[in-house]
Design a protein around this ligand. Sequence first.
Ligand SMILES: [Zn+2]
Length: 297
Amino acid sequence: MQLFSLSGNNGNKFGGAPGPRMRNRRRYRVAVPELPEVETVRRQLAPILTGRQIVDAGAHGSAKFASATDAVGSGIVGIDRRGKYLLTELDDRRQLIVHLGMTGVLRPRPDGPVDPYVRAWWALDDGITIELKDVRRFGRIAVVPSGDHRSLATLHHLGPEPLGPGFPAEGLRLAVNRSSAVVKSQLLGQRVVAGVGNIYADEALWMAKVNPAARSITKPRAVALHAAVRHVLAAALDNGGTTLRDYRDVTGDEGRNQFHLSCYGRAGLPCLRCGTPLRRRVIDARGTTWCPTCQRR
Ligand SMILES: [Zn+2]
């Protein structure tokens, strides 16, 4: 199995004061960690975990987290990511898989009393304990034979990595047009492309001028959408991810990409391209914002 890992650092080049778009922040209810957020976590965890041994572990609450203890005794070879999944490669040909769900945060255990929202923890042989805090409990932990993801259906059927070489524009066009589902649903579905959630789907569709309810796309639109998906994810990664409420990186910092959103969460505000008020509708139970002028069907 080939895993895709991004190289490069996670610089602070877009730090700075909140811009005017921040006033919309309170409209969002939740924002699930998507590819840029999970990749940011992976990059920060890699130097902490790699080469260490897991000497103890614990899990609380839902059975979704109970597998955390299966990794005790294993060494950590490295940590990869596929879509929104973190895949920690163990030295016994197994993988410790973590999905952050909606509110999951992985971090070294801070000083002070134990947080009641910690669902699992792993003690490393250098004295550091990594814990998963997950208020809403939509996260998931699994330990599986390396590459055997049949018990995790979404991961098992995951589409290509958008920032990797296996995601051609023509493949995107064929995949979207093969199904009768609307394009927004397909981006969210993880089979056409991995790692895109509600924020970056809205951003990419706006950038590419594709209507979220379109059921097929032309070649030029597919090329534009392909480029937009890659652009919005790469830019968000450069910004350390988007924090609307819960997401924090491993160091406890918020991302900065929320200051750079063009479409998501801006319903009622003027389109930054044409000035038309952006509209909002629900697609697949997810709030969807789009420009009725730029993204005409
Ligand atoms: Zn517009």
